[in-house]
Ligand binder design. Structure first.
Ligand SMILES: NC(=O)c1ccc[n+]([C@@H]2O[C@H](COP(=O)([O-])OP(=O)(O)OC[C@H]3O[C@@H](n4cnc5c(N)ncnc54)[C@H](O)[C@@H]3O)[C@@H](O)[C@H]2O)c1
Length: 347
């Protein structure tokens, strides 16, 4: 991983959504390795932005309060960047069904503003996109690979798919290297703990630490894949460097595109070790001190439930040299240790 981080020395790195969970962990990784980062975040109250996430990062952090739909701002910031991590998003599946317009604005319009900014730049920066397993939605095959036909079940999944494929267009037409990481369910330090609209494992940890009951909808038998945050961040670091390889002609045959050597790639980023949802929740309750209760599915959640999710990670292993290192149990212990110390900063 040292090689991968060294790739960024002397480069301008931009992280959209960098005050939230994944963005701030990524910014922290860079700053801890003495690589300067610019973060842009709108600190929308419904999502995970938290000034505490970035506290103490010092002068290697350039924090800008701004919105990814601000085209002039994106043109300016993307114009300076060598690598753009596009992580800002409307993240809630349920909210995307209640207010599809906001999801469209942040996830599609915001991504286009980033890509237009990249297009206007002489540097043609690498863009690494925080994609999601929600693109695969209710999987049409199992395990799901990168070429499995998408079957999103909510507006969020459809718009994240669109944002991923805007990237394919800008890669083909404008030569902007674009790497989409289809992240599975991630958990760990710096995730918002205010609500259970997304990041369910962290939400359960919050309940457990407060001695509250964790409610499991239905039987909880569905398989899920949970990835600890440091492994997710490793994949981001590897992906930026891979974007540069794509620019220099490396091919990525896993996704077939028309045209010659399009600098576009998609990777599943998952633990590769699926577990029953209820078992994960029970483990959280046991470590944290809460209890679990099985309750019927609320209609709005049941309507967008995907069933089992199992993904292959062989493409990421092969092309990114990435594989998850932290076991589920160790990830839980690390996360609990963090929130035992800092929970009040997240409630
Ligand atoms: N955490 C996961 O398990 C997971 C899984 C799959 C995909 N993802 C993707 O990863 C990304 C980040 O997720 P997260 O868990 O870190 O969420 P988060 O809510 O912690 O972070 C998102 C950040 O984006 C910012 N943001 C939202 N809209 C913005 C806008 N219009 N302009 C500027 N900033 C804006 C928010 O303020 C927040 O800080 C999202 O794109 C999400 O789709 C996350």
């Amino acid at each position: 991983m040292n090689d991968a981080i060294n790739f960024y020395r002397g480069k301008q790195v931009l992280v959209t959504g960098g005050a939230g969970f994944l963005g701030s962990n990524l910014a922290t990784r860079f700053v801890q390795n003495e690589i300067a980062v610019t973060v842009v975040d709108n600190f929308h109250p419904d999502y995970g932005a938290n000034p505490f996430n970035l506290e103490g990062l010092g002068s290697n952090l350039n924090l800008i309060r701004g919105d990814i739909t601000d085209r002039a701002l994106m043109k300016e910031l993307c114009g300076r960047a060598d690598v753009i991590y596009h992580i800002a998003a409307q993240c809630s599946h349920v909210d995307s069904m209640i207010d599809p317009w906001l999801d469209l604005k942040f996830n599609c319009e915001g991504t286009l503003a980033v890509l237009e900014g990249a297009k206007a730049s002489a540097k043609k920066p690498v863009v690494v996109y925080a994609g999601t397993r929600a693109i695969i939605g209710a999987p049409l095959e199992s395990p799901a690979g990168e070429s499995t036909l998408p079957n999103p079940v909510d507006v969020y999944g459809v718009n994240k798919l669109a944002a991923e494929w805007y990237g394919a267009v800008y890669a083909r037409v404008h030569g902007i290297p674009y790497v989409s990481l289809r992240l599975t369910n991630c958990f760990g330090e710096r995730h918002q703990m205010k609500n259970g609209k997304y990041g369910i494992l962290n939400w359960f940890m919050s309940l457990a630490l407060q001695g509250k009951t964790i409610k499991i909808y239905g039987t909880g038998a569905q398989l899920r894949d949970y990835l600890y945050v440091s492994d997710a961040i490793d994949s981001f670091v590897a992906a930026g460097r891979f974007g540069e390889k794509l620019r220099n002609g490396e091919s990525f045959p896993e996704v077939q595109l028309s045209g010659e050597k399009v600098p576009f790639a998609i990777f599943n980023v998952a633990s590769g070790k699926p577990k029953a949802f209820a078992e994960c929740a029970k483990r959280v309750a046991t470590i944290g001190g809460g209890s679990v209760e099985f309750v019927p599915w609320p209609k709005d959640r049941e309507a967008i439930e995907t069933g089992d999710f199992v993904a292959t990670i062989t493409a990421a292993e092969r092309y990114l040299g990435w594989r998850p290192k932290v076991e589920f149990e160790a990830g839980l212990q690390n996360t609990f240790a963090y929130y035992r110390q800092h929970l009040s900063r997240y409630l």
